[in-house]
Design a protein around this ligand. Structure first.
Ligand SMILES: Cc1ncc(COP(=O)(O)O)c(C=O)c1O
Length: 407
């Protein structure tokens, strides 16, 4: 593409929806108070939900690891990068999620884009059939995906080249309709976000699992925003619904409650062994750097042993929502720490976010392509370290901006 062409596309984007503001945070982004443009503001958009990212114990473990390992791992896991700390991390996250084993990827995005094709693409299309029936059935596969699933799932499905059935958001009748009409496919995989990343509502995993059983399908849940949050022990969506058997495939990321970077898939020993030789994003890319792995191991320990963080976060969630609803804000179907405030129009959403920043609140809006056109919103998120006073001040600012910009 020539620069003239690029410029005209950029002009078009700017005219239609305004080119996104990409703000630069000076210093740490991990406390409720951050510095943007030289000004101290309160952040209400971080995924560091349990305020772990800057914990002193994590920093100490990371520093120790830097002194032992240096920076990188020197190669991909199957060549030279399989440093023992990677295996320790996999054991730790498998134990936390309550599964037999786990595999890690350098990002959550790479977990989804590696694992979905590995499970669905011919000639290993029948991987799931193999796991279920112990025979390779070289048929075509079909994937059922909630229309609001994360982009990394969408891209994983695109890469898989499998047939797809996109069911309406959390609509079990629609999912069943798809399952009923897919008898010719031997491999059927249902994929859902556990907590939807832009809406903050929870997938009906119990019902999905029941339908999967009825139609002999497999289930993959993306627990990016549920791990550490849902369930008594914070194990995620399956624990939230008290489902006795885990979905066959649970994906997650270390970027949210664990405050680091990296992705994982948790499941049976056989599944994980299979993924190590079929998921291309695992085979052909270097792993999470060792010092980050060390930090995440400590973060998992903190999340597992300090349930008070989760309790504090939930108190904040209930408090904030109560005040938003009392004041007539539409938080869509949010049930969790991700709380959207619907605006609709793209340009208006930008104005609202800019005005909130002037008032001392860092809450960038989300717009296409993160959500559909005309579905722009503030995607507010809470952290366990937010205080009631900070939450009150945001509610007050939202009321003020609504009277100024009418949304
Ligand atoms: C639901 C969901 N899945 C996967 C990912 C990708 O995770 P990562 O940031 O680790 O690449 C995200 C990230 O925002 C997400 O929200």
């Amino acid at each position: 593409m020539q620069s003239k062409e690029l410029r005209s596309i950029l002009d078009f984007i700017d005219e239609k929806i305004t080119y996104p503001d990409i703000f630069s945070i000076e210093g740490a982004s991990t406390n409720p108070e951050v510095t943007v443009g030289g000004k101290k503001v309160l952040i209400f958009c971080s995924n560091n939900y349990l305020s772990t990212a800057a914990d002193k114990r994590i920093k100490e473990e990371m520093i120790k690891a830097v002194n032992i390992y240096g920076m990188g791992s020197g190669g991909s896991r199957l060549i030279s990068g399989n440093i023992s700390i990677q295996e320790q991390l996999e054991k730790k996250i498998a134990k936390f999620k309550g599964t037999e084993d786990a595999i890690t990827f350098s990002t959550g995005y790479m977990a989804n884009t590696g694992v979905i094709p590995a499970l669905l693409t011919p000639p290993v299309t029948s991987a799931l059939s193999y796991l279920k029936n112990k025979t390779f059935l070289r048929d075509k596969s079909i994937v059922f995906s909630d229309e609001l699933n994360h982009a990394s799932i969408v891209d994983g499905i695109r890469l898989s080249k499998a047939e797809k059935y996109i069911y309406q958001h959390k609509d079990m009748a629609d999912l069943e309709k798809g399952l009923k009409s897919s008898k010719k496919y031997k491999t059927r995989l249902i994929i859902t976000d556990g907590v939807f990343s832009m809406d903050g509502d929870i997938a009906p995993l119990d019902e999905i699992m029941a339908l999967a059983k009825k139609y002999n399908a497999s289930v993959m849940v993306d627990d990016a925003h549920s791990t550490g949050i849902l369930g008594e022990k914070g194990q995620g969506t399956a624990e939230h619904f008290k489902i006795p058997h885990h979905p066959e495939i649970t994906m997650g990321t270390f970027t949210k409650v664990f405050g680091g970077v990296g992705g994982f898939v948790a499941g049976s020993k056989e599944l994980i062994k299979y993924l190590r030789v079929t998921a291309r994003t695992y085979i052909f890319s270097a792993p999470i750097p060792p010092a980050i792995a060390a930090g995440i191991i400590e973060a998992i320990e903190i999340v597992a042993t300090e349930p008070q963080r989760r309790e504090k976060l939930w108190k904040n969630v209930h408090y904030f929502k109560e005040h938003l609803h009392q004041n007539g804000f539409n938080t869509l179907g949010s049930e969790t720490q991700i709380i959207p405030i619907f605006i609709g129009d793209e340009k208006k959403a930008v104005k609202v976010a800019r005005r909130l920043l002037e008032l001392g609140f860092f809450t960038p809006c989300v717009r296409w392509p993160a959500v559909s056109h005309g579905q722009s919103r503030l995607r507010l998120t809470l952290m366990s370290e937010h205080t009631k006073e900070q939450i009150d001040s945001l509610v007050k600012a939202l009321i003020q901006v609504r009277t100024e910009i009418h949304f």
